[in-house]
Design a protein around this ligand. Sequence first.
Ligand code: ARG
Length: 468
Amino acid sequence: MPQEKKRGSEKMWGGRFSETTAASMEAYSESISYDSRLYKYDIAGSKAHAAMLAANGILSDEELHKITTGLSEIEAEIDAGTFTFKVELEDVHMNIEKALIDRIGPAGARLHSGRSRNDQVAVDFKMYLRDQCDFIVELLDGVRAAFVKLARWNLGAAMPGYTHMQRAQPVLISHHMLAYFEMFSRDRGRMKDCRRRLNLSPLGSAAMAGTGLPIDREMTAKALGFESWTRNSMDSSGDRDYALEFLSTCTMIHLHLSRLSEELVLWSTSEFDFVNLPDKFCTGSSIMPQKKNPDIVELMRGKTGRVVGSLMTLITIMKGLPLTYNRDLQEDKEPVFDAADTVSAGLSIIAELLTDLKFKKKRMDEATRIGCMTATDLADYLVLHNVPFREAHAIVGHAVAWCLDHGKELPDLTLEEMAQFSPVIGKDVYEVLSTEGSINSRVSYGGTSLVRVEEAVATAEKELGIQA
Ligand code: ARG
C-alpha cells in the first residue's frame, strides 16, 4: 500500500489538498463574522432538504430524525449565544454542518447530498430578503400612516409650495404631506414586487448543473414557503438580481427619506421657521448654548450615501461576472445587510418623529401672503376674462413689478391700481388673490383645493384601514 500523503483534511473540502490553508487566506475569505446572521434560514433550509432526501430514499427515517433533532439543538445553542462559530470553517453553512456531524456522526455527513453551498447560500439569502421585504413593507406602512395622520390633523392649513426653491403657489400642508405618502406608497409597491420576483426556490440547483440524485425541488420549495422554484440551475447559482432589486428599492426609499430630511432641516431653520422638531430628536451645541440642531434628520440625509454605496458595491461586483457562481458573490451580503438595517432604522425613526412633528401654521400661512404667490391666480382670472394666457402673464408680470417697487402684495392693490394693468379686472378678483381663494380654486384632480385634499386623505385612510 502506498503511503497516504497527509492531506489538508481539517477542511470539509480538504481531500485533494496537501497544504493547510494560509492564515491570511483564512482571514481574508471568511464570511462567518457576518453571515452567521443567516443561521435560522440555513437551518430551515437544511431541515427541508433533509426531509426531502428522506422522502426520496436517500436518508433513512432514523437519519432524518437525528439530523432534525441535531439541527434544532444547534439552533437553540445559537439562539442562546452558547454556540461557537469558527473562522476556520469559513461560513455559516459549514459551521452548522460541521457541528451537526460532530454531534450526530455519519447521518450528519449525508445531509449535503444533492446540494451545494451555491444553492444553499442562495436559498438562505432569498429567505432572509423575503423577511426583510415584509419587515420594510410594514415599516413603510407606519410611515405612510404618519403622513396621512399629519394630513388629517392639519387639514385646511396653508403653506408656500416651492419650485426652484422659490415660493411658487400656496398649497395645503396636507397636500405636501400626501406627496410623501405617494412616494412611500410607490416604494411599498417596489418592495412587494421585489419579494414576489425573488420568491422562487433555487434549492436543488446544486453547484450549478442540477444533480443526478433523485431530489424533489417542489417539495423543498413548498416547505420553505416559496411560491415556486427556479427554472434554470445555472441562473440560480449565479443570480443576484434579487439582491440588486432589493438594494435599488432601499436606495429609492432612502432617497425619499433624504428629501424629507432636507425639508425638515430647512423648515426648522430660523429663516423658514415652519416646524418645531421634537427635542428628543435634536441635539445641542457644545459651545453655542442657544442651538438646537436637527442631527437626526441630517444623519438620515447622510446615511443615504451608505445605501446608495451598497447598491453601487453590488452592481460593481456583478458587472462582468461570468456564469455561474464565483466567490465574488460572497461580497453580496455586507452591503445588503447594511442597507436593510439602515433603511429599517430610518423608517422607524421617521415614523416616530412625524408623529410628534408640530407645524407653525400661523407662520406658514403668513409666508403664503408674501411674494405675490397668487400671481398665477391673477393670470388665470384674466384668462377666464378672455385675455390670451401669454398676454395675461405679461400683465401680471407688470403688476408684480409694480408691487415690488411699491412694497405691496397683490391683494393690497386697489381696483384703481389694478386698472392700470388691465381694464377687465373687477372686484371679484379679490376672491382669487387670497391664499384661501387660490388654494380652493385648484380643484383639478390631484390639486391642492380643500375638497380634493379631503378626498385624498379619506382615500389614503381607507387604503391603510385607519379611522378618520
Ligand atoms: N460563503 C459563501 C458565499 O457566501 C458560500 C458559498 C460558497 N461556495 C463555494 N463554492 N465556495 O458565497
